[in-house]
Design a protein around this ligand. Structure first.
Ligand code: PGA
Length: 249
């Protein structure tokens, strides 16, 4: 069955010192929690510290982005081999803030996804429609395109570690969460498209997380929906007690 993932996306917040202070407070609060996988996505300058401090615990950490090549003249980038060298085995790909502010495309997400798979890094591919696309009735078309472009030339066995995060852009950092019904409907579209791309067995095993203004107050209802296999949490993952309350939904 699909073990839920509760992931915290720290975006461009927390120095190494602040990250370690978070862990000091957070780890005891979730100690012995086994129902869900717990992941943190710190900024690059904190990642190695968080990986080291969480070693041997039930909390793991990943990167917010990566390049697809192993090395090269690409200022500002981090490669999959570099991530693996610090013990990093998870990466977010195609987050909407990368798409909106740094021109990330699903063609590149596809290259990054292949690189992650080749290096044994679990990719969490983010998809989600803009408000205008939803209002124009183009949510389904948008989501299907994002999945197809991400998974181009990826086989069912290669996709077996894939995780998807459905993050409607209008719900990110806005305080307005998708209703559980709206989220569940999008998740069904995504799983259907995954089935088309990588077959039923792989699609059934793929965890699809919801993200966008997840809070302790709305997590339980979201997690009750069929097909929602966890959450990618931004703002509410920055405070240890708040994020622990989400983990204990
Ligand atoms: P939010 O962010 O929880 O602050 O809306 C979610 C995300 O961007 O992953």
């Amino acid at each position: 069955m699909r073990k839920p993932i509760i992931a915290g996306n720290w975006k461009m917040y927390k120095t190494p010192k602040e990250s370690l202070a978070f862990l000091d407070a957070f780890l005891p609060l979730v100690e012995a929690h086994t129902r869900d996988e717990i992941l943190l996505f710190p900024t690059m300058s904190s990642l190695a510290y968080v990986l080291e401090a969480s070693e041997g615990t039930n909390v793991n950490a990943g990167a917010q982005n990566m390049h697809w090549l192993n090395e090269g003249p690409y200022t500002g980038q981090t490669s999959p081999t570099m991530l693996v060298s610090i013990g990093c085995r998870h990466v977010l790909l195609g987050h909407s803030e990368q798409r909106l502010y740094f021109n990330e495309t699903y063609e590149r997400v596809n290259l990054k996804l292949k690189a992650a798979i080749n290096h044994g890094i679990t990719p969490i591919v983010c998809v989600g429609e803009m408000l205008a696309e939803r209002e124009d009735g183009r949510t389904e078309e948008t989501l299907r395109h994002q999945i197809r472009a991400s998974l181009r030339n990826i086989s069912p066995s290669e996709a077996r570690r894939l995780v998807i995060a459905y993050e409607p852009i209008w719900a990110i950092g806005t305080g307005s969460t998708a209703t559980p019904e709206v989220a569940a409907e999008a998740h069904a579209i995504l799983r259907h498209e995954l089935t088309q791309c990588v077959g039923e067995a792989t699609a059934e095993n793929t965890r699809i997380l919801y993200g966008g203004s997840v809070k302790p107050e709305n997590i339980s209802e979201l997690m009750r929906q069929d097909g929602i296999d966890g959450a990618l949490v931004g703002g509410a993952s920055l405070v240890p007690t708040t994020f622990a309350n989400i983990v204990h939904y």
